[in-house]
Design a protein around this ligand. Structure first.
Ligand code: SF4
Length: 417
């Protein structure tokens, strides 16, 4: 019987003929933590009493969530992580070096890899054809020490993409549409495998955005085959040698197939306070916005800066609407400066934040005031997510966010640009 992509990767890694429901122990190619989960993971690892990391060069500690640190306690957490990286030879990605999932895409993740991280959006690397998933600190600590972990092999939903996105309808709208359709628990512990003829029009940055939010439907992984677009992306990162083609078997057996016609998609919004509380733009346009936030591991890429700059160039943000932009990595900042996107955004009234998670998790750089509304390109809008349970968070694409910054209300980008 043919295998899905997730089954093929786990079969290859474990050297077994795996099927959904099997419990397997798989080697891990990369294990990562970030500065909110890292201290606990490191303490758990130290508690195991193991003398060393299984694979220090593939154990990565990211300081990106509260970076630079806004308070003493978090600064001490950072110090603890830096010392551990020094003592055990782990890779450290320090303040200003970017959001963990973006850096995994740029520097480390390869098609066919198994990646575990103490962060739920580790799934992002599925955009490059990796079986990548978030786990609890104890599991990641064990992976640090043993270089392997256990999985229940997930059943797979196939998401067949057909057609092509219309102008100013983006990958973010695809994944918001999907989550709205199946619900926040609609794919619990499933692999969401994306394919179909529509795939060819989605470059890797779009795939990373989609894979990033697979977990918002409960999925274990969101995964794309690697193809020529993957090769092109890895080549652009100087990593062509990391590429190989991975794909499901032609006769793979899927638990469910979901069709999405890209031609028919509209700009889509997630309303407070759940990601599956979606609406098309016409249902919510006109809603007042106090803050627009463009960035995060979902939409902080160069393509997002370009899209925002194209919409905002020569215009100004609404005086009542703050515009915060956090590029997801230094590479993106530099390219954004080189291409003039950052200048365009600053001239339009944007505040440019350092590469990192910024206001996404609500500890700094954009905490909402009571009663304020944020339109964010992030992946979560839970109550209190941006640091204030009295605030409201709507999620959208970068195009919708940029257009709304101009008008000060949620706006269909096709009507402004
Ligand atoms: Fe998590 Fe937001 Fe950082 Fe992404 S940008 S890793 S969702 S805090």
């Amino acid at each position: 019987m043919g295998k899905t992509l997730a089954e093929k990767i786990l079969s290859e890694k474990t050297k077994q003929d795996v099927k959904p429901g099997d419990i397997v122990v798989s080697p891990v190619d990369w294990a990562l933590v970030q500065d909110t989960t890292g201290p606990l993971t490191v303490r758990e690892f130290l508690g195991l009493g193991l003398p060393k990391l299984a694979n220090p060069a593939h154990t990565i500690l990211f300081i990106d969530h509260a970076a630079p640190s806004p308070q003493k306690q978090l600064s001490c957490d950072h110090t603890f992580l830096r010392k551990f990286a020094r003592d055990y030879g782990a890779v450290l990605s320090d303040v200003g070096e970017g959001v963990c999932h973006q850096i995994m895409a740029e520097k480390y993740a390869r098609p066919g890899d198994v990646i575990v991280g103490a962060d739920s959006h580790t799934v992002t690397a599925g955009g490059l054809g990796a079986f990548a998933t978030g786990m609890g600190s104890s599991d990641v600590a064990a992976a640090f020490g043993l270089g392997k972990t256990w999985f229940r092999v997930p059943e797979t939903f196939f998401i067949r993409l057909t057609g092509r996105l219309q102008k100013y309808v983006t990958a973010k709208d695809i994944i918001l549409h999907l989550i709205g359709s199946i619900g926040a628990d609609g794919a619990t512990y499933k692999a969401l495998e994306f394919g179909g003829e529509g795939l060819s029009s989605l470059p890797v940055p779009d795939r990373l955005t989609i894979a990033n939010m697979a977990v918002e439907a409960g999925a274990k992984v969101g995964i794309f085959p690697s193809d020529d677009a993957t090769l092109e992306y890895l080549t652009s990162q100087g990593r062509a040698a990391d590429h190989r083609y991975v794909a499901a078997d032609a006769d793979a057996r899927y638990e469910r197939t979901i069709e999405i016609d890209l031609n028919k998609l509209q700009p889509t919004i997630a309303k407070p306070h759940t990601v599956d509380n979606t609406a098309t733009i016409s249902e919510v346009k006109g809603t007042k916005v106090d803050q627009v936030f463009i960035g995060t591991c979902t939409n902080g890429r160069l393509e997002d800066l370009k899209l925002a700059a194209d919409i905002l160039r020569g215009k100004r943000r609404n005086p009542a609407t703050r515009l915060l932009v956090a590029p997801a990595s230094p590479q993106i900042v530099l390219a954004g400066m080189r291409m003039g996107y950052i200048q365009d955004l600053v001239q339009a009234g944007a505040t440019i934040l350092p590469p990192g998670c910024a206001g996404c998790l609500g500890v700094h750089q954009g905490v909402l005031g009571d009663g304020e509304t944020c339109l964010s390109t992030a992946n979560r809008n839970f109550l209190g997510r941006m640091g204030n349970p009295e605030g409201l968070i709507f999620l959208s694409s970068t195009a919708t966010a940029a257009a709304s910054a101009i008008t000060g209300v949620i706006t269909d980008p096709r009507e402004v640009a």
